[in-house]
Write a protein that binds this ligand. Sequence first.
Ligand code: 5GP
Ligand code: ZN
Length: 103
Amino acid sequence: MSNDCIFCKIINGDFGTEFVYENEHCVVFKDINPKAPVHLLVVPRVHVESLNELEDKNLMGELLMAVKETTKKIGLKSYRVHINTGKEAGQEVFHLHIHILGK
Ligand code: 5GP
Ligand code: ZN
């Protein structure tokens, strides 16, 4: 946990954010500023700043399985996933996360 990280605070339950899906590896919640009718964020419980700092190769597998479980749970069959990495690519929150975008 990083004390000044908004996603660590959300994971910690500081804001009472509703989780659409969660397991031991990650939580999934709605993006506060949705860019599509369905816009969810899959966020690992461990604080990793971005893909550039990733060391645990198994973590990405767990996150993608969580994408699958979440979309199955909400009945979303078609969707895009993306990961912004670095400021110039549009990363605003430096806690690794996968966007799920669908209609
Ligand atoms: P990034 O640009 O870093 O890939 O994506 C960060 C995303 O987090 C943005 O789409 C932004 O709307 C969302 N976001 C930022 N702060 C909060 C927050 O406090 N709560 C939620 N639910 N989403 C947030
Ligand atoms: Zn964090």
